[in-house]
Design a protein around this ligand. Structure first.
Ligand code: F0G
Length: 464
């Protein structure tokens, strides 16, 4: 008998501790929406049934991570937990300087405070919102140079996070002296969670070398990106993910990191880099607002949990489950005729809200309308990634974003396949009633990162 091949998506863990979910009625959710100004960031988590707002810091830790917390050494300076953390980072990203921060944006703020400033230009495949905001806050300009396929939600190109290398070369030829660093985000979150190929990273490195520029990775979802390289890129199938990750790291001069993603932490981040002088300037800023360089903004126990998380995330059984379970949701929506960004990304399914609600102008926020409808109908919290998030320009004017998406981000190891079947069911219902949605207008907004706190008002009454 030949060995059977089973195709069920298999969670390589069983559940050890459970968290109850609270059911709410549609009336309660309508009231919660009104009280929150129709902004899901302002809705209390206790009023949410399935929380797909983000995959950041919301995953389940393993029993070994919980055990690692007990090993935390809370010494102010030189804690052994720091060295364990540093070595776990270096095992994958062998940079001389590993500087812990309380989360990713703190690493960004420090790096761009040193490298940014008025007149500077910082390219990326697509800047995440906090990256862009931290760059713009210094007076510098953030430029997105993703390949054309990355801006086409329907394109099946396997590496839609790739950088447009010719455009990068042009930018560096024209504005070279103004570009302090080239960034690449793996996977490309704002562009649909799409991976960057190893070939593209090599090509970016070559262009950086030709122009004498450092390359930094925004590496939050490095393990998912490496899995996509392993499974999609020619000649990579037999390699271990750790090996691919080390090759990626070897192409870069440094990285910013949110440890709330692939390192499986509930909090944390780091800045890692090779250059001694740059590291010294970054550490000086770190001490000013984050803490002493051996703990950054973190407790020793957090550093221990992250070190363990880094071992777990490169496990092939975990990554196979992770990518397949996200794809399961995306494929179910696709089969139901819902316009999802293809191919399905690593940590999230992105729905093309503009395609789903062609009757709603981008400036009436189709992504936000769908996110609000999904919450009202099924208690599911998602996140707009479109004109609400990116539409406000540094000069205060407003423009439609390149894409109007909304994102179902899947926390790591947290929800079961039946939870996801429910999510698909609710999405199908909302899709069937999409024509009834009317859009929203902004009532109040802050000058930067408005999506977190803005309040909205529906432009009509609808009850999908
Ligand atoms: N870079 C990328 C690509 C991110 O996705 C995030 C966070 C950050 C940087 C900032 O890290 O949150 O630790 O300060 N993304 C989360 C999300 C918030 O929901 O996509 P942070």
């Amino acid at each position: 008998m030949t060995e059977p091949v089973f195709t069920t998506i298999f969670e390589p863990f069983r559940i050890h501790s459970v968290e109850p979910l609270t059911m709410t009625t549609r009336e309660q959710r309508r009231a919660a929406l009104a009280a929150a100004g129709h902004n899901l960031f302002r809705v209390d988590a206790k009023d949410v049934l399935i929380d797909l707002l983000t995959d950041s810091g919301t995953g389940a830790m393993s029993k070994d991570q919980w055990a690692a917390l007990q090993h935390g050494d809370e010494s102010y300076a030189g804690s052994p937990s720091y060295y364990l953390f540093r070595d776990a980072v270096r095992a994958l990203f062998p940079f001389e300087h590993v500087i812990p921060t309380h989360q990713g944006r703190a690493a960004e703020r420090i790096l761009f405070s040193v490298l940014g400033g008025p007149g500077k230009v910082i390219p990326n495949n697509t800047h995440f919102d906090t990256t862009r905001a931290n760059i713009e806050y210094t007076g510098a300009t953030a430029v997105d140079l993703v390949v054309a396929e990355g801006r086409d939600p329907a394109s099946e190109y396997p590496f839609k996070g790739d950088v447009d290398v010719a455009a990068l070369d042009r930018l560096l030829s024209e504005r070279g002296p103004d570009v302090p660093v080239v960034m690449v985000t793996i996977t490309n979150n704002s562009g649909g969670g799409q991976p960057v190929s190893l070939a593209n990273l090599h090509a970016v490195r070559e262009v950086c070398d030709a122009h004498g520029k450092p390359l930094f990775l925004d590496a939050c979802r490095f393990a998912e990106n490496a899995w996509f390289i392993k499974t999609r890129e020619a000649g990579q199938g037999d390699r271990a993910v750790v090996d691919i990750v080390r090759e990626i790291a070897g192409l870069a001069d440094g990285m910013t990191m949110s440890a709330k993603k692939d390192p499986m932490g509930n909090i944390g981040g780091w800045l890692a880099l090779a250059d001694d002088d740059l590291a010294r300037r970054c550490r000086d800023l770190l001490i000013l607002t984050e803490g002493f360089p051996t703990y950054g903004g973190l407790a020793g126990r957090d550093l221990e949990a992250l070190a363990q998380g880094l071992h777990e995330v490169v496990d092939h059984d975990y990554l196979r489950y992770r990518i397949r379970s996200t794809e399961y949701v995306g494929n179910a929506l696709h089969e139901a005729g819902i316009p999802v960004v293809r191919p399905i990304g690593g940590h999230a399914v992105y729905i093309d809200a503009r395609a789903m609600l062609p009757h709603i102008d981008p400036l009436a926020y189709p992504g936000q309308s769908l996110a609000v409808a999904l919450y009202e109908v099924g208690g599911i919290r998602t996140c707009e990634i479109g004109t609400v998030m990116f539409g406000r320009q540094p000069d205060g004017t407003e423009q439609a974003a390149a894409l109007d998406l909304f994102r179902l981000a899947i926390p790591r190891r947290t929800y079961t396949q039946s939870h996801m079947d429910y999510v698909v069911e609710v999405c199908r219902h909302v899709a069937d009633h999409a024509g009834e949605l009317a859009g929203l207008r902004i009532v109040e907004e802050p000058p930067t990162l408005r999506h977190f706190t803005a309040t909205f008002e529906p432009l009509g009454t609808s009850s999908p």
